[in-house]
Design a binder for this molecule. Sequence first.
Ligand SMILES: NC(=[NH2+])NCCC[C@H](N)C(=O)O
Length: 579
Amino acid sequence: MACFFRRRIAAKLGKTLRHSEEVFIPAVTAVPVMKKQQTADFKLSISTLRVNGILPSSGDIQLQTENLACTLKQDSVVEEISAGRGVINFKVNRKFLAQKLLEPFGKGEDDKFGLNSELFLSLKRGTTLVEYSSPNIAKKFHAGHLRSTVIGNFIANLKQSLGNNVIRMNYLGDWGMQFGLLGAGFGQFGCLEKLKQNPLQHLFEVYVQVNKEAEHSEDIKQAAREFFRQLEQHESQAVSLWKQFREITVREYQRVYQRLGIHFDVYSGESFHQDQAQEVLQQLQSRGLLKTSEKGTGVVDLSLDGDMSNVCTVLRSDGTTLYITRDIAAAINRKEMYNFDEMIYVTDKSQENHFSQLFQILLSMGHSWAQRCRHVSFGLVQGMKTRTGEVVFLEDVLDEARARMLHNMSQSSTTKTMDNPEDTAEKVGISALIIQDFRGPLQSDYKFDWDQMLQAQGDTGVFLQYTHARLCSLIKRNEGVEAATFDPSLLHEQTSVSILQHLLRYDEVLYQSAQDLQPKHLINFLLKLCHLIASAHRELPVKGSPQDVAQARLRLFSGARSVLANGMRILGIAPVAKM
Ligand SMILES: NC(=[NH2+])NCCC[C@H](N)C(=O)O
C-alpha cells in the first residue's frame, strides 16, 4: 500500500539528511493524477522541510532541491528521482506498485484498504461523540436537519473507520414552551387515532393549528403556560401525554433513518436536562458568573472587559431556562456519562454564535474539555421542494428521490431483471442527495436541484453507483477467472498505472477529511476514480484477453471496486450491485 512506498522514500531521506525517517512521512505525498503520461508517483515538498527546520530556510530553494535530488540514490523500488520546481519527484517500480497495492484484495482484506496507514498515527484516537440530526418534535424537518443528518453520519463513519470509538447521538428538541402549546392544543385539535396512524403529520398539524389559535386567543396561551408548568413540575397526566408524543416520534424517525442507513446509539433531548439546567445555574451563581440584567434575566457576561457589552441569557425573568442553559447541562452530563475525548455538534451556520457561547461558558466554568468540543457548521439549502410542494417531513424527500430515480431507471433494460427495483432506486436516489450535498465546502449555501443531482453522467451520486454496479457485473461475468495470485507486471499500460497512482492517495484523502471534516476531498477522489475506471473499461478488456492478462486486470478492477465501495460507505452511501 501507499505506506510501503512512503516509508521507503522517507527512509532514504532520513539516511541522507541524518534525521529519523518519521519526520519525512508527512512531507512525502502521492502525486495527484492529472495528465495521461504521469511518471512521478510521489513528491517531496522542499518548503515543508524548510518549515520543519530540516533544511536551512535561507538560500536558493531550487538549488537546494537539485542538490538533494542528486544525493538521493535510486534502488530497485524507487527507480527514478528527479528535481522539479521546489519538489523532488519519485517514480517507483511499476511491478512493485501493482503488487503492493493490489495484494490486500486477494486476501479478503478489502475493507481495510488504506485504513492502517501510518498517517493516522498522528490523529488522536479515543471516544468521539457526534451529535447530529436533532429535529424538533412536532415541527418541520427542514433542509438543515437533513444536512445535519447526512453530514453527522459521514463524520461518525469517518471517525469510526479511523479507529475511534464513536457515539452517535440525536438530541431532540423535545422541551420548551412549544410543548405547552402542543399539550394544550392536543385536547382541542388532537386525535389519538390519527396520532397512531400518521404521528409526525398529525403532531405537526395540531401544532400549526394551535399556533394560529394562540395568535388571537388569550385562553389558549394561558392553557399552554399551564400545561408547560405541569410538565416542568412533572405532573403525571401532562408528562404521560408528552411521553407519548416523544416515543411515537422517535419510533417514526427510527423507521425513516433506517431508509437512509442511519442509526443512533442515543436519543437524548433537551427534556433530559431541565433539572440539571437548574444545577448549572447554581454553579454559575457560586462561581460568580451569573449576573442579573436590567430586564431581570440571568446572564453570563462574555465581554472581554467585563462591561456586560456581550452577554448570554441563561435564565428568563419568569425563572425558566433556555436552549443554551440546557445545552450547558447536556454537555456536562455527556462528559460525565461518556467521558468523550472530543465532541462534535453538527448544525447549520445560524447556530455558530450559540455554540461559541456554549463553549466559552463551559470553559469559564472550569471545564477545560470544552476545548475539544467542535461545532461543524454548514450553509443553507435553497429550494428543497417536492412535486407536492414544500418539504415538511424527511420522508417526503426520500419518497421523491426514490420516485424520480425509479422513473429514470424505467428506461433501462437492467431494471426489468431486478428483484427489487424500488430498493435500488431508493439507494441510488439517496446517493444523489448525499453527493449533491457534499460536493462543495460545507459552509457554502447551495441550490437544491433534482434534475442535476439525478443525472447519470456528470459528477453525481448516480454516476458513482453506476460505476460500482458496472464493476460488479464485470466481476460477476468473469467469476472463475480471477485467481489468488496475479502477475503484477501485466498491468503496465498507463491506464492501469493511473488507477494505481490514484489509489496511492486514498489514505491521504481520508487524512485530509479527518482534519477538516469536509467530505469533498473523499468525493473528489471517488469521482476521479470513477472517471479512471471508465477509461479502463474501454481500454483494458477482460474478455478475449489471455488468461494471465485477464486475471491481472480483474484484480485491478476488483481492487478499484472495493475502494470505491469503502469510500461510498464512509460517505453514508450503500453501494448497489446492479442498476
Ligand atoms: N446541542 C444542540 N443544540 N444541538 C442542535 C439542536 C438543533 C435544534 N433542535 C434545532 O432544530 O435547531
